[in-house]
Design a protein around this ligand. Structure first.
Ligand SMILES: [Zn+2]
Length: 451
């Protein structure tokens, strides 16, 4: 019986891995055996991407496009993701459980509250605090806290990573990698398992702040002799820890290193709702006196929904909804006009240029092409990758400009990229071209029945 260990590096970008692989000897062994750039989901965002990889299902099955999702029947109310939203889905860990196999899930995005699987779970960064039940079984929590030296030493996430002083952030992220491997090694050494999945968030957290120190083409590039190697050193640290871990694994273990999406330098964000206002698709009753989120505008009753055709959410990509009759509380767009209006709105947004008037490589994904599954109806009608993701998005209104560097979340050096990485210690039974393929590979290696 073959076992599988997946080490997920959230946000690991193919171009970075490819240029740094010579300095990562453990990953290099996998890379030289089997490596592919893998198409991420639309949108290339953590929650839908990992859930797709481990279920083989399009995000239209979950109705998820971000860490939050809009409450149906409202314009701006949202809920934060929880595993409860997807617990009916047949993830690889459920399929493995049904076949009597044991799974270890360690920090896998989307696993809070922890699924009650045959095996062991330490939940992800959605864990609210250490007093919560973030492990499965519950008793595991005590063991996990002991491994890191007590409750006050347990690190759920490195918070506010967009604003921490960069050197301090770098040190915290190195610490977090050590912390995560301590727990992973402990679980793999002391528990019985067939499939183990661990996802590290440190590279993702680093990229939003440390990208400008190594990328000379970054518009805010900073020459810094130490931080220049910040991101590379995080990868080296992961490689070193992985090398150490691999020596402890049973010989029959297949090792996979993969990501959920990539990353690329971000020039600025497009204030999508400002563009929609200029193009007369979004109507305000009154302009706000300072920048506000859509929800704040709505609470102040500043949005004229009866005359609004489209509005947008999103920080990495533009997520646009059409004010559709019968679906939205004050819908004005008729079903018969829906696709036509989608195209008009997408065309208007695609014409956005850079601050110097240069053309951007804007990419449009329509809902009817991007999604399948029972919850497709909840997905944004249009998803826009501004300059193919070199520009992010921003929903706030009141800047009086189409471009901004900061959002409510803070400044940001990098956006997500549309490709992820996949490397494996042996040639997989079939090609991996997109995230959906990962689940099929795992089923075959673990010899599970097809669904
Ligand atoms: Zn991610």
């Amino acid at each position: 019986m073959t076992r599988v260990l997946i080490l997920g590096i959230d946000s690991a970008e193919p171009l970075q891995i490819e240029s740094w692989i010579k300095e990562l000897p453990t990953m290099r062994q996998l890379y030289e055996t089997y490596y592919r750039r893998v198409q991420s989901t639309v949108p290339p965002i953590t929650i839908p991407a990992w859930l797709t990889a481990f279920s083989g299902l399009n995000p239209g099955y979950f109705g998820l496009y971000d860490l939050r999702y809009r409450v149906p029947g409202t314009y701006t109310d949202y809920r934060l993701y929880s595993y409860r939203v997807v617990e009916h889905i047949d993830f690889i860990w459920n399929r493995a459980s049904k076949r009597g196999l044991k799974t270890v899930l360690c920090f896998v995005p989307g696993t809070y509250p922890p699924p009650r699987i045959r095996g062991y779970v330490v939940a992800d960064f959605f864990t609210p605090d250490t007093s919560s039940d973030f492990t499965w079984p519950r008793e595991l929590k005590e063991e996990v806290l002991n491994v890191v030296g007590g409750e006050d030493q347990y690190i759920i996430d490195v918070y506010d990573y967009r604003r921490i002083e960069p050197r301090k952030l770098y040190r915290k992220l190195i610490e977090k990698i050590e912390h995560d491997f301590k727990i992973l090694k402990y679980l793999l050494r002391t528990k019985d398992w067939d499939l183990a999945i661990c996802v590290l968030m440190s590279v993702d957290r680093a990229q939003h702040t440390l990208w400008k120190y190594f990328d000379r083409e970054h518009p805010r590039y900073v020459e810094d002799p130490e931080l220049k190697y910040g991101l590379l050193n995080l990868y080296k640290k992961i490689d070193e820890e992985l090398s150490n871990l691999v020596t402890q694994l049973p010989r029959d273990t297949v090792v996979i290193v993969m990501s959920d999406h990539g990353a690329k330098r971000m020039y600025a964000r497009i204030n999508v709702n400002e563009v929609l206002i200029q193009e007369r698709f979004l109507k305000l009753k009154e302009k706000p006196s300072k920048p506000m989120t859509l929800k704040q505008l709505d609470e102040k009753k500043l949005i004229d929904w009866e005359r609004t055709i489209a509005w947008s959410w999103g920080a990495y990509v533009g997520q646009v909804w059409i004010n559709l009759e019968g679906r939205e509380p004050k819908g004005v767009v008729k079903r018969s006009e829906y696709e036509d209006i989608c195209r008009q709105v997408a065309d208007a947004l695609s014409k956005v240029r850079d601050p110097n008037g240069r053309k951007l490589n804007n990419v449009v994904h329509y809902k009817w092409n991007a999604y399948t599954g029972p919850k497709t109806t909840y997905m944004p009608d249009i998803t826009l990758y501004f300059d193919n993701l070199h520009y992010g998005a921003n929903e706030m209104v009141g800047f009086n400009t189409v471009y901004s560097l900061e959002t409510a979340k803070g400044p940001d050096d990098s956006n997500h990229g549309e490709y992820a990485i996949f490397m494996c210690s042996e040639k997989p039974p079939q090609e991996v071209g997109k995230l959906e393929d990962v689940e099929k590979i795992l089923e075959q290696i673990l010899e599970l029945q097809p669904p």
